[in-house]
Design a protein around this ligand. Structure first.
Ligand SMILES: [Zn+2]
Length: 436
């Protein structure tokens, strides 16, 4: 699928807002470690229908919720429900209109929207990162290891590219080799977590999607989901071992990249309800009302990991993140935008009773090409109003805008400037574009 031009896409009156905030707890940061897992191509209805005893154990510690894949249907953020596209939304906390990975070719990722690994390494160069994956491109293209655009990021541990090893994993028509690869990937991840405990790990498993494509909604596919659940049990046991034996605090997020079509369960890529029906299982404590509404999305995992790992996302990047942390305080979610003739109506769902929302606007999108955008504070309104009407400033009647909703921040320890934004709810940011 060819990317629709940014400006064309922006004509639709929609908004993609993101929230970023910091729960900064330096004393504990040393012992915090995280792992996120993408298991390929499983719609939420199957997670809910089939027995998943190991996911249930993790859910008991934190929670389970349905989550959106594929961005906002018919809007600025609409995103193909294709594998690598979904992975990159998880990694960057942005939809395809920003990260620019439109299919599995991963032809032109826009590395100006950094992955969680790059944000983590920029701030904590000594901390350890890991990737466990059948597919090599996850490291070399999406994370962008060694590339100039990613400042030559290097993963500390990598166990991937096993699909290329046809001696250890001879390829068979039934694709059982992929089941074996996933088991090998899982075991290596579990062993590495137990013995080395990288600070941030990504585990990617593929077999479920293969069985979905081959058999659709039927026993072989369901059996692959059972297998996935057993694999999650092994990862969970390794995490528990670290928590008990080493006193570390771990967060795990397990999600999928896309659902499947409802007619057969074989296909995906489109915008039907079931193709967009992803889910998240996590052991995270303090899951917020936003997570519990089931309105969360794949894009929320990145800012959740950032909050847990005390990553201070620079303001210019935070303003682009489409996700919202799934645990801890947030100020608002579900922002919507309607463009009228000379004004804009913005609505949101408040997540707290009191506070203020600062609304910023920028008419440029230099960020996309590595530059900076200047934002004007256009309005300050009460959070619980849930809406605001903006008259377009004279100088902002051009064809493109970005809007940021910034929630109240309590700045008791605020360092100031743009690097560190601290507070109970942090900042609520995002952007929307439209044409006139
Ligand atoms: Zn997939």
């Amino acid at each position: 699928m060819a990317p629709t031009s940014f400006f064309h896409r922006s004509i639709q009156s929609s908004i993609a807002l993101a929230i970023f905030c910091c729960a900064f707890i330096p004393a504990l940061a040393q012992n915090k470690k995280a792992v996120f897992v993408i298991v390929d191509g499983i719609p939420a209805d199957l997670i809910e229908k089939l027995p998943t005893p190991n996911l249930d154990l993790i859910t008991k510690e934190g929670g389970y919720a349905r989550a959106l894949a594929g961005g906002g249907r018919g809007t600025y953020t609409e995103t193909p429900t294709i594998s690598a596209v979904g992975y990159n939304t998880v990694l960057t906390g942005t939809w395809v209109n920003k990260h620019n990975v439109w299919d599995n070719d991963i032809a032109h990722p826009n590395y100006n929207y950094p992955t969680i690994f790059r944000l983590f390494k920029d701030q904590y160069p000594a901390k350890k990162t890991a990737v466990f994956s059948s597919w090599l491109d996850n490291r070399t293209k999406l994370i962008g290891e060694g590339l100039t655009q990613t400042r030559q990021i290097k993963m500390d541990f990598a166990y991937d590219g096993l699909e290329l090893d046809t001696i250890q994993f001879p390829h068979d028509k039934e694709r059982m080799f992929m089941k074996n690869i996933d088991n090998s990937v899982t075991d290596k991840a579990a062993e590495t977590i137990r013995e080395i405990a990288p600070d941030l790990s990504w585990v990617y498993l593929e077999f479920t999607d293969d069985m979905g494509h081959m058999y659709g909604d039927s026993e072989p596919y369901y059996a692959a989901i059972n297998e996935m659940d057993r694999q999650m049990g092994r990862l969970w046991a390794a995490i528990q071992y670290r928590q008990q034996q080493h006193g570390e605090e771990w967060q795990i997020y397990i999600t999928t990249d896309h659902g499947r079509d409802s007619a057969t369960g074989k296909g995906h890529g489109g915008q039907s309800d079931r193709e967009k029906l992803a889910w998240i299982v996590t052991n995270a404590k303090g899951l917020n009302s936003y997570f519990k509404t089931g309105q969360s999305s794949q894009a929320d995992i990145m800012p959740s990991l950032a909050r847990f790992l005390s990553i201070d996302i620079p303001t210019s990047i935070a303003r682009e993140v489409d996700g919202v942390p799934l645990f801890g305080d947030i100020s608002l979610y579900n922002p919507r935008l309607k463009k009228m003739e000379n004004e804009i109506v913005i609505n949101w769902t408040p997540a707290k009773r009191s506070g203020w929302v600062n609304i910023y606007i920028s008419s440029t999108n230099h960020f996309r090409t590595g530059g900076r955008d200047e934002y004007q504070l256009i309005k300050k309104v009460k959070l619980n109003a849930g809406s605001a009407t903006l008259n377009l400033p004279e100088n902002l009647t051009d064809s493109f805008f970005k809007i940021v909703l910034e929630g109240e921040k309590k700045c008791g320890e605020c360092v100031g400037g743009e690097r560190r934004l601290m507070g109970d709810g942090g900042w609520r940011m995002g952007d929307g574009g439209w044409g006139i």
